[in-house]
Write a protein of this length. Structure first.
Length: 339
């Protein structure tokens, strides 16, 4: 029996929190294939995952590999996935039980009805450590609910709306036909996972349920600002890969093209603000180089990204302008519950 959904769980030294993630995923029987990809862990991650393999034979599988990073683990999961659809759930995150049941019912309807919906979008919740009030990211206004859509039927995404990996369940064949191959030994590849396959998505469906619980707040997390500042080179690498993809991939649908520009502007703004936050002569020069080289490579793309709201706010002139840029970034973080 072909599983309805493959869930790829990239795991590196995740012994302390993997159990919560797996507990939220098992129990659906042959409908769900869970692939735990142990990315060269040095703790008890593999042993813990093996407990679930033994307890749920045929439903949970452990794939062990040398350390290659988050993207490498996702690549491995995609190579082995048998499900009609695929979702990535990081080892420190989890899914809501009721929402997961509704997602599976919806996907089953797609398959039973022969409807090749390429992408299911659902909401995600910022589970900030120590914070009682949770922020939910929804796509109201941009995506009509519970309808099979083409890009032309979508609407403008709000300034705080963009499709993070946590919101996405792709049809597995879409990822393969897109030739998705994420870079190894590189953080922040989620941005590529959330953007590169989209031109291959012909139909999408928005299920307005709060499925994914995105845990943030640990000081060692890759998205913690101090960690991001140490890994600016990797953020910039992903930024350039994203720009090159948008620049070289023809997109006919104007709604999809508008969304890709919206997402690109956000990523460029994040890179710019982080370079400002690093506040060294080298980092400020790197910020200027980012925009200068984008202009030289593609003037059309540069104009649309640089003169977007995000591009303008992240490029205010002088030391005072840079302080305002960082303040705006802080406000945006608080509005989405990230800090």
């Amino acid at each position: 029996m072909t599983p309805l959904l493959t869930v790829v769980v990239p795991a590196y030294n995740a012994e302390a929190y993997l159990r919560r993630s797996l507990d939220s995923l098992v129990g659906a029987g042959p409908l769900v294939e869970v692939l735990v990809v142990d990315d060269g862990s040095t703790d008890g991650t593999a042993a813990l995952a093996q407990e679930y393999v033994d307890a749920h034979p045929g439903a949970v599988h452990l794939l062990r590999k040398a350390n290659g990073g988050h993207g490498s683990a996702i690549n491995t999961g995609l190579e082995h996935a048998r499900g009609h659809y695929l979702k990535v759930v990081d080892a420190d995150d989890w899914v809501d039980a009721d929402a997961f049941a509704e997602v599976l019912s919806t996907l089953a309807g797609f398959v039973a009805g022969g409807r090749g919906v390429d992408l299911l979008v659902s909401n995600f919740v910022y589970e900030k450590q120590g914070k009682k009030n949770k922020t939910v990211v929804r796509y109201h206004g941009a995506l009509p609910r519970r309808r099979e859509l083409r890009w032309a039927q979508t609407r403008r995404f709000g300034k705080r709306q963009y499709l993070m990996m946590h919101a996405l369940i792709y049809r597995t064949e879409v990822l393969r036909s897109a030739g998705l191959r994420l870079p190894e030994h590189t953080f922040y590849v989620d941005s590529l996972y959330a953007l590169v396959p989209l031109p291959h998505v012909r139909t999408l469906y928005y299920l307005d349920v709060d499925l994914y619980r995105y845990f943030i707040g640990r000081e060692d997390q890759s998205v913690h600002e101090a960690v991001m500042l140490r890994r600016l080179d990797q953020q910039l690498r992903v930024n350039w890969l994203l720009l090159d993809h948008v620049r070289t991939t023809p997109v006919a649908d104007r709604r999809l093209r508008a969304y890709l520009l919206h997402y690109t502007a956000i990523i460029c703004a994040v890179s710019s603000i982080l370079l400002i936050r690093a506040n060294t002569r080298q980092s400020l020069a790197e910020k200027e180089r980012l925009w200068r080289e984008l202009r030289a490579a593609d003037l059309w793309l540069y104009r649309r990204v640089r003169w977007s709201v995000f591009g303008q706010v992240s490029n205010l002139p002088g030391p005072a302008g840079r302080r305002v840029s960082v303040l705006a970034y802080r406000v945006a973080q608080r509005m989405v519950g990230f800090s």
